[in-house]
Design a protein around this ligand. Sequence first.
Ligand code: ZN
Length: 411
Amino acid sequence: MLILNLSMKAILVVIDGLGDRPIRKFGDKTPLEAAFTPNLDELASRGICGIMDTVAPGITPGSDTAHLSLFGLDPHKHYHGRGPIEACGAGLKLEHGDIAFRANAGTVDENLIIKDRRAGRIESTKDLCKVIDGMEIDGVKVILKPSSWYRAVLVLRGKGLSDKVSPNDIKKLGVPVQKVKPLDNSQEAKRTAEVLNKLTKISYEKWRDLDINKKRIKEGKLPANIILFRGAGTYVPVPTIEERYHMKSACIAGGGLYKGIGAFLGMNVINVPGATGKYDSDFMAKTKKAMEIIGDYDLVFVHMKATDSAGEDGNPELKREMIEKMDAAIGKLLGFDGLLVVTADHTTPCELKKHSYEPVPLVMSGPGIRTDSVKAFGERSCSSGGLHRIRGLDLLPIIANHMGFSKLYGA
Ligand code: ZN
């Protein structure tokens, strides 16, 4: 007889933007259906499959809202913009009410026309952030911390602020840096916009003559002379996974947003060398690391990004290739004796080059799992599985319950 551990461990792999639509040159198969995926198919054979609307049927989720949902938090209630999640990913300890933004160091000419949104992909914003971080503008504390490469995280801390402000960066070149505007009639939005407009000016005045920029210009590189920001959001703390389920959890991801999701939800964020969040990411290093650390945690979340990027690049061959590499990496997890779950955060069809609403495939495999007749991991094969069609918000309760971390409801 199979005896279940009182509390089982789990590994949850989220393959970003995995879902797709039929591709004519693949004989109307999706990239996942067309890919050679012996390990995912083995999991489908061993486990139970289904499809999942990560937010709700007919809703096209962002990666941020989808992940909140996958970890049991209704994004309609708990999502307050991308900025705070990115800030958590950069290791910032935010305070309730902080207004956070994603920021870049960019290049402008003397008329403040944007020449490059990434300042020639400058390797670090450390020296730039240093001269602004900690500054006060109209009684508002400005926190500016470096993230990877040309990226940084901007936080405004103080009373009477609002995230209802426009960005100064509309992701276009050859246009002036945008004046930040309040997006509602509140005093808070007006004041926040004023602070941000002053900050934009200050960044240009303080950065343009820095030694680092003189050196860059001498080397024929673009100077990093303006702060660009977008994705305003208010930090409102959420109940962590530990608070909700008494589980210790860890996050293995390359991209800043996904590390941010982990940190936002109270997971221990583990940095894995070679995990870049790009096409060259070392997927195998991530799954190896998951197996190494699972002894110290109840739940390990592994995120893989490149499938979504290939979908957004409209490249089905590349998406198929990335899926095959991820499948090989997932092979490292087949010997795991706990609950192994593989799914996606949303569909990113190559033909659309953006996210779409269709549900994603899902497989759960491990001791005590009821099996079904699905033998292949794909969008259509999973739709006939025993989990049927669930919502993202259902996923963590199912995982936690199978792991033995849920209480009886009623008596
Ligand atoms: Zn995504």
